[in-house]
Design a protein around this ligand. Sequence first.
Ligand SMILES: Cc1cc2nc3c(=O)[nH]c(=O)nc-3n(C[C@H](O)[C@H](O)[C@H](O)COP(=O)(O)OP(=O)(O)OC[C@H]3O[C@@H](n4cnc5c(N)ncnc54)[C@H](O)[C@@H]3O)c2cc1C
Length: 388
Amino acid sequence: MKVAVIGAGCWGAWSAYLLQQASLDVALIDMFGAGNSRSGSGGESRVIRSVYGTDEIYVKMVAESYPLWEELFEETKTNLYTETGLLWMAQDDTAYLDDCAPLMEKWGFDLEKIAIDEAQKRFPIFNLDDVKHCYFEPKAGLLEARNCCQLLARTFVKNGGQFIQSKLEKIEEKNGKCTSITLSNGSKLEADFFVFALGPWNLFQFQDLLSEIEYISRQEVYYFGLPEQDSNNYTAQNAPIWLDYNPDSDLYYGLPSHHNRGFKIAYDYRTIPFDPRKDDRNPTPKLVENARKYIGQRFLKLKNAPLVEARVCQYENSIDGHFIIDHHPRMENTLILGGSSGHGFKMGPAVGKFVQSFLVNQSSLPSFFSLQRFEKGVANQSQFGQSA
Ligand SMILES: Cc1cc2nc3c(=O)[nH]c(=O)nc-3n(C[C@H](O)[C@H](O)[C@H](O)COP(=O)(O)OP(=O)(O)OC[C@H]3O[C@@H](n4cnc5c(N)ncnc54)[C@H](O)[C@@H]3O)c2cc1C
C-alpha cells in the first residue's frame, strides 16, 4: 500500500514514521520542512504530562506515547526528553486533578498531593503564598519539539522513506476517493491512502468541513532572563515544569530553562484569531507586561527579569478542545488529523499509532475524535474544560 502523509509536524511525522515501520510505502510532504517555525510543532519545547481530568482517553494516549518516544530516542541514540516533574498549583477548584487521580493510577502514573509548606520547601523558587493546593506529577517533562520532528523526518528518510518539500496545491477526488494530489513542484502524487496532518492549515484546506468547528488562535511564549546569582536553580535539572491551574482566571504555565534559553512562560488563554499564512509574529507589549507581572509575583527573584526571547505560535483549536481524527466524509481513503487544540504534541506517537493500526490492522478509530460528535452539539471549551 502506498500512503501519502501531508504535513511533517509532530502528528504527520509520527504517522509517516510508524507506517514505514509497518512496511508501508510512505511519502511525507511538507511545504516548509519538518518542525518549521510556522508549524504548531516548531518551538523549542513542549510539555508531556498525564493529568487530563476525566478524559481517560488522553491519559491512555500519554501512557502509550511514552514508550514510543523512548524507542525513537533509543533507535536514534538521541535523547530529546528531560524529566522535570510538573508542579500543579491550584485554588479552590481541584476537580480536574482529583478526578484524574484514579485514571492516572490505572495507567501507571503517580500524582502526589503536597501540603503547601512542604511544597514551599521542596520548590523554593516559587512563591506559593496565594496557592491553596499543590500536586506533583513526577513523570512529566519536556520534549525538544522542533528537534523531535526533524529527528523523525531524518530517521524516516534514513530508513528509506521519501520526503518531499513542496506544497499541497490540489486534491483530486473521484467516486468517493482521493485519487491524487498535485504539489507546487508540478508533480502529481498518486497513492492508495492520504493522511492530511496540516495543523492550522487544515482549516484553509478543508474550509467547508471545518469552518464551523475549528478556529486558530494566536499564542505567545516568552523566555525571561534568570537571576545572575543563582541561575542554576531555574534550570530543567533543578526546577519542575509548573502550571497555575485556575479555571476561572488566567492560566499560565512554564518550563525551567533548558539549553540556557531562559525561563519559559506561556499563557494558555486563546487570545485573538491568527492566520499562519500571513500574520507577523511579534509579541504583544501588553501581554508581555502581564506575563512579567505574573512571573514577578510567582517567582520573586524574577521580578523585573528581562525578556530574552519571545515566540508567537498558534493553536489549531476544535471548538470542544478535543482532537479530530476522522475520514474526510467525501473521500473514504483519507484521514484528517487535526484539532490538536494546544495539547497535541506529547501524544504524537499515539496519534500515529491510531493511523498505523487503522491502516494495518483495520482497527476502528476512536469515536471520541470523530467529526460526527459536532452534529450532536458540543460544549465550547478548552482542554482544561474551561469555556473558550
Ligand atoms: C505555544 C504553544 C505551546 C504548546 N504547548 C504544548 C505542550 O506543552 N504540550 C503539548 O502536548 N502540546 C502543546 N502544544 C500543541 C502542539 O504543539 C500541537 O498540538 C502540535 O504540535 C500540532 O502538530 P501537528 O502536526 O498537528 O501540526 P503542525 O505542527 O502545525 O504541522 C502541520 C504541518 O503541515 C504543513 N503544511 C500545512 N499545509 C501544507 C500544505 N498545503 N502543503 C504541505 N505542507 C503543509 C506545515 O508546514 C506544518 O509543518 C503547544 C502549541 C503551541 C502553539
